[in-house]
Design a protein around this ligand. Structure first.
Ligand SMILES: *Cc1c(COP(=O)(O)O)cnc(C)c1O
Length: 456
């Protein structure tokens, strides 16, 4: 029988600061631009949507940002999260590689998302906000924010992509359980929603449309603000608790990763696990590969373009410098709902452009194969998003075997799949299909980007 090794930290080890990688980056991310004038925007342009403290964190050049004691107190509900050595998976693969994973599925919402939902709700509460709006696709972000708003006794209004609203009733009920109001998007509650419904009454919705609705509701009411679960700098910042804990746990194991891997939607869980490790690469020249893993059906990092683009479909958000497939791009309905976003965050995009991180794309069939192998070896049933990271970790472990080298691989198991069993069912029944975008489809999507080009 292989050993069972779990590296457990105590409450004292919950980080006291978040790590801001921009302080150590050789090239800083380009500034956001005003959607109409295309001039760089100042913090005040974001004030209708976000509390001041989060705007400060969005643009800070400090290396470390203090985590408020109240936030650390709530983190104690599920942090520090465990880190495991995947002995049984290693054995199943018969690989000389050492595989470790950090498990974020132990949070109340079942993913890494509460790591940022809690501080975001906290700063809003501090600044007198009464209600937070947001969008959710698969429902993971919506449930994390519903949980966090409930902790601080605030109202939470969630625009859920209509097709997910219909297909994932349990995620919606989870949000309702924590007291949030959930509306299928596009809805008739907003101009954005009504505009889309006028064009297509049967619109299945998209993350971009739901963002437009949530942003519009927040912009209209001074006591309401908007909250985003990925992409933005402050969201990535909050997630760095994951990697900081993992560094301590790898120390307990007497190891340091050669490769850090995470699935990639907008970049938050990838940033969370990898940025604290990348600090050693940026400041001490330590060798480390950080690999972001996306679906072949939404390949913005591996096949998109580096451009200024909107965060939403209608074009209401500031323009952000990002690897993107275009803000009107609607990805195929793959089962990893959390990875169906058209763009990447500014920090991660700059790191990729500078060759500091890498990206890979994996087909959904291969991700479920990997997830199943993992579940049967390690016991935990991963979220379909997490399966992307697992597939890449297995691929690297098999490569180490071929090369006859020992590699230390760490990946982020960002969430459990207990609310995603229907997608496993689709895999078991053979209904899941391979899906890779053709070059014509990529070219057509990218040709629709009508925003300023970025000089090389
Ligand atoms: C939201 C989500 C993702 C994708 O978002 P990132 O910001 O890229 O982390 C991946 N996995 C899970 C479990 C999620 O909930």
């Amino acid at each position: 029988m292989p050993k069972q090794t779990k590296y457990v930290l105590s409450e004292r080890d919950i980080p006291e600061k978040w790590y801001n990688i921009t302080a150590d980056m050789p090239n800083k991310p380009l500034p956001p631009l005003h959607p109409a004038t295309h001039e760089p925007i100042g913090p005040e342009a974001l004030a209708p949507l976000f509390p001041m403290e989060l705007i400060k964190q969005e643009v800070t050049s400090e290396t470390w940002v203090e985590i408020p004691e109240e936030v650390r107190e709530i983190y104690k509900l599920w942090r520090p999260t465990p880190l495991y050595r995947a002995h049984r998976l290693e054995k199943a693969l018969d690989t000389p590689a050492k595989i470790y994973y950090k498990y974020e599925g132990v949070s109340p919402a079942g993913s890494h998302k509460p790591n940022t939902a809690v501080p975001q709700a906290y700063y809003n509460k501090q600044e007198g906000v009464k209600r937070i709006t947001t969008e959710t696709g698969a429902g993971q972000w919506g449930s994390a924010l519903a949980f966090a708003c409930n902790v601080f006794d605030m109202a939470c209004e969630i625009y859920m992509v209509k097709i997910s609203y219909e297909q994932k009733p349990y995620r919606k009920l989870m949000m309702n359980t924590w007291g949030a109001d959930v509306y299928p998007s596009p809805s008739d509650r907003t101009n954005a929603g009504r505009q889309i419904l006028a064009q297509d009454p049967d619109s299945p919705g998209s993350l971009g449309i739901a963002i437009s609705e949530a942003v519009e509701m927040a912009a209209m009411d001074p006591e309401t603000k908007y909250s985003l679960g990925s992409v933005l700098n402050h969201v990535l910042l909050h997630q760095t608790v994951i990697g900081q804990e993992a560094i301590k746990q790898m120390e307990m194991a007497g190891d340091f990763p050669d490769i850090v891997i995470a699935p990639f939607g907008g970049g938050s869980n990838f940033a969370g696990i990898s940025f604290p490790f990348l600090r050693y690469k940026l400041t001490e020249g330590k060798k480390l590969r950080a690999i972001a893993v996306e679906p072949t059906s939404c390949p913005k990092l591996t096949r998109g373009v580096f451009r200024y683009d909107f965060g939403d479909t209608i074009g209401m958000t500031p323009l952000l410098p990002m690897y993107t497939l275009g803000h009107t791009f609607v990805p195929a309905k793959i089962h990893a709902g959390g990875l169906r976003y058209h763009g990447a965050g500014a920090i991660v995009s700059q790191l990729l452009r500078d060759g500091i991180i890498e990206a890979q794309a994996v087909d959904q069939i291969d991700t479920f194969e990997a997830g199943l192998l993992f579940a049967r070896a390690e016991g935990i049933i991963p979220a379909p998003e997490a399966n992307h990271g697992i597939a890449a970790a297995i691929h690297e472990a098999m490569r180490a075997k071929e090369e006859g080298t020992s590699k230390t691989i760490l990946f982020n198991l960002c969430g459990h799949g207990h609310f995603d069993m229907a997608s496993y069912e689709a895999y078991f029944s053979g209904r899941l299909q391979r899906h890779e975008m053709s070059q014509e489809e990529i070219d057509a999507a990218v040709a629709l980007i009508d925003t300023p080009a970025i000089p090389a």
